[in-house]
Design a protein around this ligand. Structure first.
Ligand code: NDP
Ligand code: OXD
Length: 309
């Protein structure tokens, strides 16, 4: 049986090398050279094209090449009876935590304002803003959001978190459900989105949510572009309701060259790099999941299709 690799973004060589270094006996095939479809029992995928996954009658595992699975769950022709697993990788989580800390620090330490002053050769002290008076709210306290919230607490920020079901993290004020959202948003200086993209969370950062933030709050989105209603964010940036945004993910990727985010003075754009999936860190769990499904067991980090994450 064979493991099929499909991605238009990732380089299959790195994944093939990482696999061979750990288990040279696994038959690794790269789309479109899948060979006999009946021999494919697992697929390692990023943004599979419509109909791809239903071609393999003996598929036992759909393994996401990322932590998110929104690129898989909505795809036409998804076989509903095959388990989907997502990556949970400490090196990816670490990168995501770094991205969030960096974005929050740059905002709290007023880096953009000092950069503007430097361009004007202006020597001027802005009022200090201590971490404990900077209130950061994290939407999603899962593998990544939970780690980010803990790292922010460790650095002395006032931290809140928002989840679907009740959660407790030491030092974090937690809220949950749609009923808890307005109270969560009402106190924040910085809103960080680390939610999965599902039917419930698409467009969650809209006009209403942005209006529920204190005036001048800052947004960090490292989750998915679909969480943000772009026209609502641009309008909130225009009125000063939102003072700025650090965005790693977009409704359309790559971000089109004429998109207003590229040139907006208050927006920092990065090209979906907050956390990069690295083959050497992720391959052990791919191999473990392959071993499991071949032994008739369920894979680790299985997605609940009803929840969408
Ligand atoms: P997890 O599944 O571990 O955590 C998801 C969290 O979101 C949970 O706390 C969950 O609540 C919460 N959540 C889900 N739905 C809702 C909802 N409707 N209302 C409120 N809270 C909700 O995911 P990860 O932390 O591993 O990853 C999060 C996302 O980060 C990924 O889905 C991916 O899109 C994105 N990502 C982006 C990367 C980048 O490079 N920009 C890299 C890696 C990931 P509960 O605790 O109640 O279940
Ligand atoms: C992921 C991503 O979901 O890279 O892992 O966005």
């Amino acid at each position: 049986m064979a493991l099929l690799f499909y991605s238009k973004v990732d380089d299959s060589r790195g994944w093939g090398d990482a696999l061979r270094a750990l288990d040279p006996d696994i038959d690794f095939r790269v789309w479109p050279d899948a060979g006999d479809p009946a021999e494919i029992d697992a697929a390692l995928v990023w943004k599979p094209e419509a109909g791809l996954l239903e071609r393999f009658p003996n598929l036992k595992l759909i393994q996401s090449l990322g932590a998110g699975v929104d690129h898989i769950v909505g795809v036409p022709g998804l076989p509903r009876n095959v388990p989907i697993a997502r990556l949970v990788d400490p090196t990816l989580t670490q990168q995501m935590v770094e991205y969030v800390l960096l974005a929050v620090l740059l905002h709290q330490r007023q880096w953009q304002a000092y950069a503007a002053q430097q361009r004007e050769r202006r020597w001027h002290h802005l009022p200090a803003w201590e971490a404990e008076r900077c209130h950061v709210g994290v939407m999603g306290l899962g593998e990544i959001g939970g780690a980010a919230a803990r790292a922010l607490v460790d650095r002395g920020y006032a931290v809140s978190g928002w989840t679907r079901s009740p959660r407790e993290i030491e030092g974090v004020r937690t809220f949950h459900g749609m009923d808890g959202l307005p109270a969560f948003l009402a106190e924040l200086d910085v809103l960080v989105c680390l939610l999965p993209l599902t039917e419930d969370t698409r467009g969650i950062i809209d006009k209403k949510a942005l209006a529920a933030l204190p005036r001048g709050a800052y947004l960090v989105n490292a989750a998915r572009g679909g969480h943000v209603v772009d026209e609502d964010l641009l309008s909130a940036l225009g009125t000063g309701q939102v003072s700025g945004a650090c965005l790693d993910v977009f409704n359309e990727e790559p971000l089109p060259p004429d998109h207003p985010y590229w040139t907006h003075a208050q927006v920092m754009v990065t090209p979906h790099v907050a956390g990069l999936t690295l083959p050497h860190g992720s391959m052990p769990q791919v191999i473990e999941n392959l071993r499991r499904v071949r032994a008739g067991q369920l894979p680790l980090n299985r997605v609940d299709l009803d929840r969408g994450y």
